[in-house]
Ligand binder design. Structure first.
Ligand SMILES: [Zn+2]
Ligand SMILES: [Zn+2]
Length: 354
């Protein structure tokens, strides 16, 4: 070995040497590919089974969670390349899993390989949502009512279902929960975890069923000089639905569509559409609901009348037809008005389709 030739700075061996002037044996002795702890802890809420992930409670598929926990705990040499990682999880019991990792990679061209094993242990920690639920916390009261009558049981059911749908569809907001709910005279009341939840649901109800919401705010306390308020949101479902026949200003109309301020009405007796406000219609009378309507075949027709089969007793009836009937129509929509079958003009939603 002549003077000036490179050599391992630890043991003096000749090349090949790494960039730090170490032979392979000395480099391996001083470097590791990966480190992995023997124990890993995770937190799960015992009430809702959500896991604390990155500082927030949430849900994750079991396999993904195991992989996430393993990768979170694994540290790898910053210069490692061509990594190949295999993760395996065995469930030992409800609170414990064994995580095994096989990791391969290169550092400075040398091939490294590690096997690790860790116990993943789950401890309890009640999430904020469950803490608040347990404390009967609520920010908003939602009142479901009908305009001018009591809400029927199946209506309550339908309105209430739309909340479940909304909770499934909305991204998991920890404040979207129901603290308490139940029947009250004329409708249904709910205590909700957040004002945003009440308002979002209110908008959904108005879009689906028409009507309006009314908000009132009450101060329930103070914290750090700021008023703490509770929102009461009253939703009044109109007594009518799209397609129903109603009596309004002494004439018969079908409810055609909704607008923000109220429904558009379609006259039964001649071609005429008119807008009304929710308030205008609070005292209207529903003459025939859409769910009681029939669409029946035209048996014969002449210039002003059609023959149809009475859906109740299958006898032939002659009715004067609605003003919007055309020569190609093979069916008409009928409803009972004061015991007589009557042809109805089509609402906007019924045009084009069948
Ligand atoms: Zn050496
Ligand atoms: Zn929880």
């Amino acid at each position: 070995m002549s003077k000036g030739d490179p050599f391992c700075i630890v043991c003096g061996k000749p090349p090949p040497l790494t960039s730090d002037k170490l032979c392979e044996a000395c480099f391996r002795a001083r470097n590791y590919l990966s480190k992995f702890p023997e124990r890993i802890q995770q937190t799960r809420c015992p009430k809702c089974d959500m896991f604390l992930i990155d500082g927030r409670f949430g849900r994750m598929d079991h396999d993904d969670l195991m992989e996430y926990r393993a990768m979170e705990a694994l540290s790898v040499h910053p210069d490692a390349q061509n990594l190949d990682i295999e993760i395996h999880a065995d469930l030992i019991d409800d609170r414990t899993s064994r995580l095994t990792i096989l990791i391969k990679g290169e550092i400075e061209g040398f091939q490294f390989e590690d096997n690790h094993e860790a116990l993943l242990q789950t401890s309890n920690g009640v999430c904020q949502t469950c803490t608040r639920k347990a404390g009967a916390y609520f920010e908003a009261v939602m009142q479901l009512r009908s305009a001018g009558r009591r809400l029927e049981d199946d209506e309550v059911k339908e309105l209430r279902m739309s909340l479940d749908d909304m909770l499934v569809d909305s991204p998991e907001d920890p404040m979207f929960f129901i603290t308490k709910e139940g029947p009250v005279t004329g409708g249904w009341d709910l205590q909700l975890g957040s004002k945003a939840m009440a308002r979002m649901w209110g908008r959904k109800l108005v879009n689906a069923h028409g009507g309006q919401t009314k908000e009132t705010s009450t101060t329930v306390g103070h914290k750090d000089g700021v008023d703490i308020t509770r929102l009461t949101l009253l939703y009044r479902k109109p007594a009518y639905e799209i397609g129903d026949v109603i009596k309004f200003r002494k004439r018969l109309w079908r409810v055609d569509t909704w607008q923000k301020d109220g429904p558009i009405l379609l006259a039964m007796d001649r071609y005429e559409r008119t807008g009304a406000t929710w308030r205008d219609l609070e005292k209207c009378v529903v003459i025939s609901q859409k769910k009681e309507h029939y669409e029946v075949d035209i048996l014969r027709r002449d210039d002003s009348a059609v023959e149809i089969l009475d859906p109740n007793d299958f006898s032939v009836r002659t009715l004067s037809f609605a003003y919007d009937i055309s020569a190609d129509d093979t069916k008409v929509r009928i409803c009972l008005i004061e015991g007589e079958w009557t042809c109805m003009p089509r609402t906007r939603g019924e045009q084009g389709g069948k």
